[in-house]
Design a protein around this ligand. Sequence first.
Ligand SMILES: *Cc1c(COP(=O)(O)O)cnc(C)c1O
Length: 220
Amino acid sequence: MDPDKNLDLVKRKISKAARDVGRIEDEVSLVAVSKTIGAEAIQRVIAGGQHVFGENRVQEAAAKWPGLKVETPDIVLHLIGSLQSNKAADAVALFDVIETVDRDRIARVIGEEMKKQQKAVRLYVQVNTGEEEQKAGITPKETVRFVERCRETHGLEIEGLMCIPPIDENPGPHFALLRQLAREAGVQKLSMGMSDDFEIAIGFGATSVRVGSAIFGTRG
Ligand SMILES: *Cc1c(COP(=O)(O)O)cnc(C)c1O
């Protein structure tokens, strides 16, 4: 296992996938997903030049990242797992981007916390493109109205949409749907694509891809 070598390989694949569809490679940013990964492997990836990371649990991130951030203050942390309102204060304090806004209650609490802490966090709405019961995210049908409510009712700026397609389906139609919803909602960024399908997602317009196991190896 060589996470820094894997990082270089993933970055090259991202560049190639972007060029292949006539996009500029700098348009696609890499979020290295470090959930369950220990500080040592993360440090190697930081040393390899990666400064943007994703975590799916507030508590785990709060235990790991403040220490790592001391050495590298320009780290950008994305929350990519679903957020409960009672963890919103910690999430706003720790993360630079929250990708999992998916209901009014959490939108309201995030807005209140940002005011209280005087901290702007960049926000994405998570869309449950496969309408899977067990999966977080707003339904496709409600997405445009929810983004409007985030803006008008909760005073939040929504930067992008995020999705996790069903694991057993061709992801292409899900990426296409997310792109379409972003257009309708007037939202610029698309967080889509993981280790197995980030090149496909780039073809559908992903502006950031969330890659874990292709960098850090299979999680135990
Ligand atoms: C774990 C996770 C990823 C990364 O998955 P890999 O298949 O390891 O690349 C991406 N997005 C979310 C929301 C995740 O929870």
